[in-house]
Design a protein around this ligand. Structure first.
Ligand SMILES: [Fe+2]
Length: 294
């Protein structure tokens, strides 16, 4: 194993490559790029990577670019980001509320808005009926009138509208926004979603196989919650009786996010309250990641 990265010529190379010897440019980005390159140099040396392995990695990552939204949760970066945000909130005295968890890559802006309750399904889907009820409230337990819950989930085959390879999902099937009334309540009538796996043979699936891992998620329902004067929340519930509920390839399951399911007359029922933290404790807005708008 060589170890030339700490030497002066290579440290100088890192400075020049990241623009540290230039007046122009973004100081913060330069620092990040320098650290990133230095880590890559270390990895090449530490693992004695061959030329073929380095160029193989570049072409793998290039092909995987279109799957970055699956790769990020799959390798744990999206979940790690949640843990970092939790730790920052904790340090700043802004902890509490319903736990955040990953958004995933399949949100679509522009779902229909309804008041108080919504039927999610536009497609005929022969699945188990599911009713999710809850209250959007603050840390004192008071309801938050006017809060908006934005909900999306897969169909019984594990496909989402706008991303369905079979094109059988109507636009915005299983996607709704609900504005809650004075009691803070929302009620969602829908069909139990199915879990899903990454596209077989795609970059994420290939990497997971090489790591000896699977590339599947348990069934789940995504939520955004927003209310005037409160920090944005991105979260999801995992379906508690899915066999993968505690083995999500995307690391999305967290304590408090796999609520109990009761069944009555063939209807599954879930109660899930969303507790938001006051923005007087510090602003918290939704990330500005790229999202599809339809
Ligand atoms: Fe999802």
């Amino acid at each position: 194993m060589t170890n030339i990265t700490p030497s002066k010529p290579i440290q100088d190379l890192l400075d020049r490559a990241s623009g540290l010897d230039q007046k122009e440019g973004d100081t913060r980005l330069k620092a990040v790029v320098r650290d990133l390159l230095e880590q890559v140099f270390h990895i090449i040396e530490r693992h004695d990577l061959t030329e073929d392995e380095v160029w193989g990695a570049v072409s793998f990552l290039g092909k995987g670019a279109e799957e970055y939204g699956l790769m990020m949760p799959g390798v744990g970066i999206e979940h790690f980001m949640d843990l970092v945000l939790d730790a920052r909130d904790e340090e700043a005295g802004m902890g509490g509320g319903t736990p955040r968890t990953i958004e995933g890559p399949l949100y679509v802006e522009g779902a229909p808005l309804s008041e108080g309750s919504a039927t999610m399904s536009d497609n005929e889907d022969e699945g188990e009926r599911l009713i999710i009820t809850g209250v959007v409230k603050n840390e004192a337990g008071d309801p938050l009138p006017g809060a908006v819950v934005d909900v999306w989930h897969a169909d019984t085959r594990g496909f989402y509208s706008h991303f369905d390879p079979t094109e059988q999902n109507a636009p915005f099937n299983n996607r709704r926004k609900i504005r809650v009334g004075d009691d803070g309540r929302f009620e969602i009538t829908t069909i139990m979603p199915s879990g899903y796996a990454c596209p077989p043979g795609g970059s994420t699936d290939t990497l997971m196989t090489l790591l000896g891992r699977h590339a599947a998620r348990p069934a789940h329902v995504h939520f955004f919650a927003d209310a005037e004067g409160y920090r944005h929340l991105t979260t999801q519930i995992n379906i508690a009786d899915d066999p993968l509920v505690n083995d999500d390839f995307a690391f999305g399951t967290r304590d408090g996010l796999a609520p109990e399911i009761t069944r009555e007359d063939g209807v599954a029922k879930i109660r899930f309250d969303l507790e938001l933290v006051s923005s007087t404790k510090g602003s918290g807005e939704r990330s500005h990641r790229e999202r599809l708008t339809a």
